[in-house]
Ligand binder design. Structure first.
Ligand code: UFG
Length: 338
């Protein structure tokens, strides 16, 4: 495996991105972050890499960055990621998550990038027929966010076949937690996923957790998801690069633990970890919520040798709690003016 150049991480100032940067730096990779800071934040950890402020859709900037930093591999994380927003603004999602990525791919092909890792999502499966869901299951997204990710997967696979661009697609399940050393964590104004909502309720920042549906055909009537620690997700990206630069063939890999937790189990974990009570209130089902989404994650272990470290729900909750309580360092407030 040659390490002649650097790794470009688009969206490297985002939640998953910051953890990927940590994992790559720990493995000795020179890292270049491309981020427009529209949702991401710069943290002290970013002092350890090169930061290019700008959008992935800026073709000249991308071309210049690939050349200037001698980019050997690309991890493409920059994206719009909110399901309800994607329903209200589908065109923005198709632009940000498909068209912009296409421009990036063209630049990567022209530059001769040796490895491309793409951040996809379990949302490509829509409402899975089976659980655990494996990578061969039908892909039938039920919202523009899922469709935009699936479309980019298709574009990437076709481009890879025609232009010799080795790729790994990682389909994340429910990413949660924070760096155990608290160098990175969920963004302060990031999406309202369940673990965050429950922690905010524990901290008294919101009065209760709405439990969206208690009559699903699951063990306690609430939805089951496969929560995966963000640091383990980050490690999967590092392993994917090693795999590709070692000659590995294109692969689509679920990134989850093959173990589901209900909404009520997550709330109980938050109570256990924080030692505080978390009020809940039964709420109507949220449209488009599948009853159960759990990964069949055998392939990622086989192909990448991924050995996740933080599979206990309590660890994810504890790390996220510690990050939220600590607040963010002063530098974290750095935002591009305007
Ligand atoms: N939930 C609640 N109350 C809340 C928030 C969530 O009951 O306040 C429930 C949801 O109904 C769902 C579960 O908790 O059953 C998890 O919900 P999240 O919003 O945390 O996450 P999702 O499973 O909806 O979404 C995640 C990713 C998406 C991705 C999707 C694919 O965040 O980006 O998985 O399945 F598209």
């Amino acid at each position: 495996m040659g390490r002649a150049g650097s790794v470009l991480v688009t969206g490297g100032a985002g939640y998953v991105g910051a953890h990927v940067v940590l994992a790559l730096r720990e493995a000795g990779w020179p890292v270049v972050v491309l981020d427009d800071l529209s949702t991401g934040r710069l943290l002290p950890l970013h002092r350890d890499c090169s930061v290019v402020l700008g959008g992935v859709g800026d073709r000249d900037l991308v071309r210049e960055t690939l050349a200037r930093y001698d980019v050997q591999a690309v991890v493409h994380l920059a994206a719009s990621i909110l399901v309800p927003e994607s329903v209200r603004h589908p065109l923005a999602y198709y632009r940000n998550d498909v068209a912009v990525g296409l421009a990036l791919l063209e630049a990567c092909v022209a530059h001769g990038v040796a490895a491309f890792v793409f951040s996809s999502t379990a949302a490509v499966y829509g409402v899975p027929e089976r659980s655990p869901v494996d990578e061969e299951a039908p892909t039938r997204p039920i919202n523009p966010y899922g469709w935009s990710k699936l479309m980019f997967e298709r574009v990437l696979r076709d481009a890879a076949a025609a232009h010799d661009l080795p790729f790994v697609i990682l389909r994340y399940f429910n990413v949660a937690g924070a760096d155990p050393e608290l160098r990175a964590g969920p963004l302060p104004d990031g999406p309202t996923h369940l673990v965050r909502v429950a922690l905010e309720a524990a901290l008294g920042l919101r009065p209760f957790v709405p439990v969206f549906g208690v009559d699903y055909p699951t063990r306690d009537g609430t939805c089951v998801r496969d929560y995966v620690h963000v640091s383990d997700v980050a490690t999967a990206h590092r392993l994917a690069l090693d795999y590709l630069l070692g000659g590995g063939a294109g692969a689509v890999l679920n990134c989850g633990y093959s173990r589901g937790h209900t909404v009520r189990e997550v709330v109980a974990a938050v109570e256990r970890v924080t030692g505080r009570s978390v009020p809940t209130r039964v709420a109507p089902r949220r449209p488009g919520d599948p009853p159960e989404v759990v990964a069949d994650a055998r392939r990622i272990r086989d192909v990448l040798g991924w050995e996740p470290r933080w599979t206990e729900l309590d660890a994810m909750v504890a790390h996220a709690f510690a990050w939220m309580r600590r607040g963010r360092p002063a530098e974290a407030a750095t935002r591009r003016a305007g």
